[in-house]
Design a protein around this ligand. Structure first.
Ligand SMILES: [Zn+2]
Length: 301
């Protein structure tokens, strides 16, 4: 078997056992390009969604269950962005942004979270159906960027000291996004079930400084393999492990049969009102911009 290329559209686990630190590193190129291709957003919104998808990949790849789903949702009042939703299931990513085009056009070059979202909130939901575990944390969208907002999610909502770095750059026609998540888990936990924490543990500032030194260019450079980047950052540690790679893909779970079954549950007069001038009911998927045309006769009476 050829070795797995750890350069693009992949997430890998990172562990530094002697420092009780672990996390994920991810890079997305084709996945981001193909998701953005179905939306036609302005550049500022594309960059935001590229970073959000990277964060979604970092968090989603923490799930223990292959059937687990991670959803990231940013909701706002009075911002240029109104709603942003991304999710992850088994390495598949999707996402969309609802925005005010006029307000986005007025944004500065490197907009802050405040400028993008106004007064916003970030909700992160971990859903593991087999273990029947569902956990949602919500924090204000604060900080200079999405990475900082995610860091406050972990410190406020889960009391886990964390470092999150996200970067996205457009080079020519293509987007290159990358991210690093590191967490201090002194009890050796993998998940969020922890009873206590020590924010002042001396190992953590050390790891946070090394991890925090990663540059946007390194996170996004498709020529730099992720395991080489991990080595570059942490080669002075006693031991650095990388965990098996998770391939990332674009995927949507919209399903014409499901859409049909939902619409069939509406009373006939409401269904009647949904029929357009062309005689069919059109339903659009916000995630992938697919449009389904449903014949009213398919739905029975
Ligand atoms: Zn879809």
């Amino acid at each position: 078997m050829p070795p797995v290329e750890l350069r693009t559209d992949v997430a890998i686990g990172v562990a530094i056992p002697s420092r009780n630190a672990r996390g994920r590193i991810a890079r997305l190129t084709g996945v981001v390009d193909s998701i953005l291709a179905s939306h036609h957003y302005p550049a500022a919104v594309e960059k935001l969604l590229a970073e959000a998808l990277t964060l979604t990949a970092l968090l989603g790849s923490l799930l223990k269950e292959p059937q687990g789903q991670l959803t990231l949702q940013a909701q706002t009042e009075g911002g240029a962005i109104d709603l942003m939703v991304c999710d992850y299931l088994g390495g598949e990513l999707r996402g969309y942004v609802r925005h005010d085009a006029d307000k986005v056009a007025e944004l500065p070059n490197e907009p802050t979270l405040q400028e993008l979202f106004g007064k916003g909130y970030l909700a992160i939901t971990f859903d593991q159906p087999v273990a029947d575990e569902r956990y949602q944390g919500i924090v204000p969208l604060e900080g200079r960027n999405l990475g900082e907002a995610a860091q406050s999610y972990f410190s406020q909502s889960e009391q886990i000291p964390s470092l999150v770095r996200l970067a996205a750059q457009q080079r020519g026609e293509h987007w290159f996004a990358g991210g690093l998540l590191l967490q201090h888990l002194p009890e050796g936990e993998e998940g969020r079930e922890r009873l206590h924490t020590r924010l002042d543990h001396p190992d953590w500032p050390h790891v946070a400084i090394l991890g925090g030194s990663v540059k946007a260019d390194e996170l996004t450079d498709p020529a730099l393999a992720l395991d080489d980047l991990v080595w570059r950052l942490f080669h002075e540690e006693d031991e650095v492990r990388t965990l098996p790679a998770i391939a990332l893909r674009r995927g949507c779970r919209c399903d014409p049969d499901y859409v049909r079954s939902v619409i069939a549950r509406f009373p006939p007069e409401e269904r009647e009102a949904m029929v357009g001038d062309d005689g069919v009911i059109r339903v659009d998927c916000a995630f992938c911009s697919s449009s389904f045309a449903i014949e009213p006769t398919e739905l029975g009476s």
